[in-house]
Each structure stands twice: as structure tokens, then as C-alpha cells.
Design a protein around this ligand. Structure first.
Ligand code: PMT
Length: 219
């Protein structure tokens, strides 16, 4: 892709799975490798955008991007709030924890009794919290009722596009180098993309996002 159709645009991208600490050595996490968001970031960079990547992981493909490292959902929220100032788009490829331990033990939790009850509390929804006049793209990783669940998130999070991936399908979702997604747009139309590399998925998403940028241009 040789197009520089994102020249002059600033795009904030999140990637990786957040880690919510339980004690100094343990956390609650998920299987996100960060590959999808890094592919989004590389595609946007190569198309001329200024990329602000907020990531829980370090991957090699990071030249020409501004990378902010975070661990928890709360840190990611703070970094997103800072980064969206003056941005043209927010693309949330990260798998953000929905719950975090209510208390973080200051010492390593000891193996004491037969069972251990963990109390969790909800994290803040980043897309729900961060408002502003920029293109909003979310991802949804689902194990059932892919389209219904993704449509609900598109509405609830006020998105322009949601990228729905059925993470139970082979070669899809967490950790793989490929992905197979359905794009659902704000006006309700949908597009099924074939299985392809995460970089190709990223370029396909940007192809659909570019026309949304123009009417939303900042004044
Ligand atoms: O990193 P990889 O191994 O390459 O895997 C890629 C991926 C499967 C993680 C990615 O393609 C993906 O689907 N990311 C979204 C994961 C997900 O299930 O998100 P969600 O359904 O919990 O949330 C929906 C949207 O809201 C997402 O854009 C998410 O970033 C955002 N969100 C979620 C929780 C929260 N507290 N704040 C948010 O903004």
C-alpha cells in the first residue's frame, strides 16, 4: 500500500491486553498479544499518519510511532485521555480488562487455605469515558452471537465502525498472525472480510475509515 491518504492525520491506537495486579507478582490478564494493534499502527504510519500507540507490550514494529507503555486499564485510560487531544481518530484494538481486583495486596499472597476468594470491581470503559470529535473505531472479540454482541457495543460505545472477530474460528483473534473479521458500520451496514494477515485487515479497516475522516475534519 503506497497511498499516503492519512498524511496530516493523528491517530491514537491501543493494543495488547491490560494486566490488573493482584499482588507484587501476579496479575489478571488475557491472551491479547498486541499484534492486531501493532499492525493497525504500522499500516496507519505507512499511510502517512502521526501514530500515537498505547500498548501493554513491546513488539519490534514500532519505528516512526510514539509508543506509550501502560499495564492496567486505568493507566490505558489516562494515556488515551492525554493522547486524543487534537487527534483525528481513536482505534481501540486493546483487550481491556472489564474487572480488576478490588484490593492489591502489598505482599505476595500466601498459599494458606484450600480456596481463595477474589473480589473484583469494574474498570472504567475507556470508549465510554473518552468523548471528542474524532473517528471512533472499536474491536469486539466474541465467542458467540458475534454480530449481535458487536452491534450492541457499536451503539453503547458510540462507534463509527466496530471490527467483530469470532475468536473461536481457526486463525482468528488472539495471538495469530491472521484474522477474519466482519466490519459493522454506524449506519448498520456490514462487510465480511476473508481470512488475511493482520496487516491486510488493518489496511482494509483504514480504507473504510478514510472516507469518514473528511466530513469530520477538525475546525
Ligand atoms: O492482540 P492480538 O493477539 O493480535 O489479538 C487481537 C484482539 C483479538 C485482542 C483484537 O482483535 C480485539 O478483538 N480486541 C478487542 C477485544 C475485546 O474483546 O474487546 P471488548 O469486547 O471487551 O471491548 C469492546 C471495545 O471496547 C474494544 O475496542 C475495547 O478496546 C474497548 N474497551 C473495552 C473495555 C474497557 N474497559 N474499555 C474499552 O474501551
Amino acid at each position: 500500500n503506497k497511498k499516503k491518504d492519512l498524511a496530516g492525520k493523528t491517530i491514537v491506537i491501543t493494543t495488547g491486553g491490560t494486566r490488573e495486579p493482584l499482588d507484587p507478582v501476579r496479575f489478571i490478564g488475557n491472551r491479547s498479544s498486541g499484534k492486531m494493534g501493532y499492525a493497525m499502527a504500522a499500516a496507519a504510519r505507512d499511510r502517512g499518519a502521526m501514530v500515537r500507540l498505547i500498548s501493554t507490550v513491546d513488539l519490534p514494529e514500532s519505528a516512526g510511532m510514539e509508543v506509550t507503555r501502560v499495564q492496567t486499564a486505568a493507566e490505558m485510560l489516562g494515556a488515551v485521555k492525554n493522547s486524543v487531544k487534537g487527534a483525528d481518530a481513536l482505534i481501540m484494538a486493546a483487550a481491556v480488562a472489564d474487572f480488576k481486583p478490588s484490593k492489591v495486596a502489598s505482599e505476595k499472597i500466601k498459599k494458606a487455605s484450600a480456596s481463595l476468594d477474589l473480589k473484583l470491581e469494574p474498570t472504567t470503559d475507556i470508549l465510554g469515558e473518552v468523548k471528542g470529535k474524532f473517528v471512533r473505531i472499536g474491536f469486539a472479540a466474541e465467542t458467540s452471537e458475534l454480530i449481535d454482541n458487536a452491534e450492541r457495543k457499536l451503539d453503547a460505545k458510540n462507534l463509527d465502525i466496530i471490527v467483530a472477530n469470532d475468536v473461536t474460528a481457526p486463525g482468528c483473534g488472539f495471538g495469530s498472525d491472521t484474522n477474519k473479521v466482519t466490519l459493522i458500520f454506524r449506519d448498520g451496514h456490514m462487510e465480511d472480510l476473508p481470512l488475511m494477515s493482520k496487516r491486510e485487515v488493518a489496511d482494509a479497516i483504514l480504507d473504510r475509515a478514510v472516507p469518514i475522516f473528511a466530513p469530520m475534519a477538525r475546525v
